[in-house]
Ligand binder design. Structure first.
Ligand SMILES: Cc1cc2nc3c(=O)[nH]c(=O)nc-3n(C[C@H](O)[C@H](O)[C@H](O)COP(=O)(O)OP(=O)(O)OC[C@H]3O[C@@H](n4cnc5c(N)ncnc54)[C@H](O)[C@@H]3O)c2cc1C
Length: 400
């Protein structure tokens, strides 16, 4: 069975790994010209995430590249701490850069026969009873049995097979941006964050490099997602007159070539599959930031591949089981994204003070971390008999 997976970040490589392990022939096509490097850190938290990584056999490789975590300190205009959060608040049980995670998943999949093609993307999908005919931007055409969109919140597969993004992606009232800046702070790894009503300017510092991290509240803006010049102008306007180190961070924006800019949004579809096409990860159930989308993408890929194998490749049965099992879980995790904007950039001075005072109480901070973790554990994964061999996991025992 030939499966085309669009997107080589997290969900795509995780799915390709399992498909290759089960004897399918996965090809992953990635729009970027080559594997990404560096970038922001993502985290896994709770026993479900860790058990699925354990079953993939990637934990040792991930632990070898784990970051040391970033304790977060919120500061006032003069740089005095107002709230200190430990490294595991943002870093969970295991934190790695998205690029390192992607590379480890890819390597393990390639070893089993998964193929990767960089610098191309789908421009057409036509389904019939026998399979899917796809057209690539490079001019190539090919046929596959199934096509899976693992190409993120702004999925191209979703656009081609389900309809325009505006029908499925909801703006959650805030924007997030990041770019590398010269490290003039030095010292140990940490994040410093300064908040004024409706906007937060921050910097993550570590091992000789630093990256700006900004979140600001705003109604939906109209801009070209491929035009960094426009995005830089939006940022300069949104942060005009902001105190602390903001001016220095914005100065670094002028020459930044790696700007990340997006709305904080949430993907909601009534169905995650259409015929022989299905979605995994952020493309189907993402929330840009705060929705624990990395772990959900890995769990989603695990369930989708196992359901395909359990149904002996019958995609109708497999896609229905995948969605039935994962949807309540994914939606609960997604909810975290609803409050990300308000958390980083409360709308008033009172809101900022309340956040800082409340989370300075250790019991409140622990409660918030527990709440996040309990969402990530809130699924009873079937104990698929064909995949028992390499797991020392604590995941549920719902036989299928
Ligand atoms: C600043 C920031 C910090 C974050 N921190 C965390 C965190 O700490 N913990 C956490 O769990 N999550 C975090 N997230 C969210 C996390 O990054 C995503 O949930 C996760 O990467 C989803 O993986 P994915 O593979 O579904 O999609 P993505 O990672 O978005 O990958 C999609 C891939 O598809 C490619 N692509 C796009 N369009 C096409 C196309 N048309 N054809 C082919 N390829 C295409 C892209 O280049 C990309 O490689 C963070 C997000 C941001 C923005």
């Amino acid at each position: 069975m030939r499966v085309l997976v669009s997107g080589a970040s997290i969900g795509g490589p995780a799915l390709a790994y399992w498909l290759a392990r089960f004897g399918y022939q996965p090809t992953v096509v990635e729009i970027a010209g080559r594997p990404r490097e560096g970038g922001y850190a993502v985290d896994f938290r709770g026993s479900t995430h860790m058990a699925v990584l354990g079953r993939m056999g990637v934990l040792d490789d991930l632990r070898a590249v784990r970051t040391a975590g970033h304790p977060m300190t919120f500061v006032d205009r003069a740089g005095r701490p107002t709230l200190a959060l430990p490294a595991d608040f943002a870093g969970g049980d295991l934190e790695v850069t998205r690029a390192d995670l992607s590379a480890v998943l890819r390597r393990h999949g390639e070893a089993l026969g998964a193929r990767y093609v960089y610098g191309d993307h789908l421009t057409g999908i036509e389904q019939d009873d026998e399979g899917v005919r796809v057209a690539f931007a490079s001019g190539r055409h090919d046929r596959f049995d199934l096509v899976i969109g693992a190409d993120g919140v702004h999925s191209g597969v979703r656009r081609l097979a389900f309809g325009p993004e505006s029908a499925y992606v909801r703006h959650l009232g805030a924007y997030v941006a990041g770019w590398d800046v010269p490290d003039v702070w030095g010292g140990e790894r940490r994040s410093l964050l300064y908040t004024e009503p409706g906007r937060m300017a921050g910097v993550g510092i570590g091992e000789g490099n630093a990256a700006a991290f900004f979140v600001f509240r705003s109604p939906e803006l109209t801009y070209d997602r491929r035009d960094p010049g426009q995005q830089k102008r939006i940022l300069r306007d949104a942060y005009a007159g902001m105190g602390w180190e903001t001016g220095r961070l914005l100065a670094g924006l002028e020459t930044a070539t790696d700007l990340f800019f997006d709305s904080i949004n949430r993907v909601d579809l009534p169905r995650w599959s259409a015929g022989r096409v299905a979605l995994v990860g952020d493309a189907g159930y993402g929330a840009t930031l705060g929705g624990m989308g990395t772990g959900t993408a890995v769990v989603g890929a695990y369930v989708l591949a196992h359901e395909l194998r359990a149904a002996d490749g019958d995609h109708r049965v497999a896609f229905a089981h995948y969605e039935e099992l994962l949807r309540p879980y994914a939606e609960r995790c997604q909810k975290g994204g609803d409050t990300t904007g308000r958390f980083f950039a409360p709308g008033s001075r009172l809101g900022i003070t309340l956040r800082d005072k409340t989370l300075s109480i250790p019991a409140m901070m622990r409660w918030m971390m527990k709440a996040g973790e309990s969402r990530t554990n809130n699924i009873d994964l079937p104990d698929y008999p064909f995949s028992r061999s390499d797991s020392a996991s604590a995941v549920g025992t719902n036989q299928r």
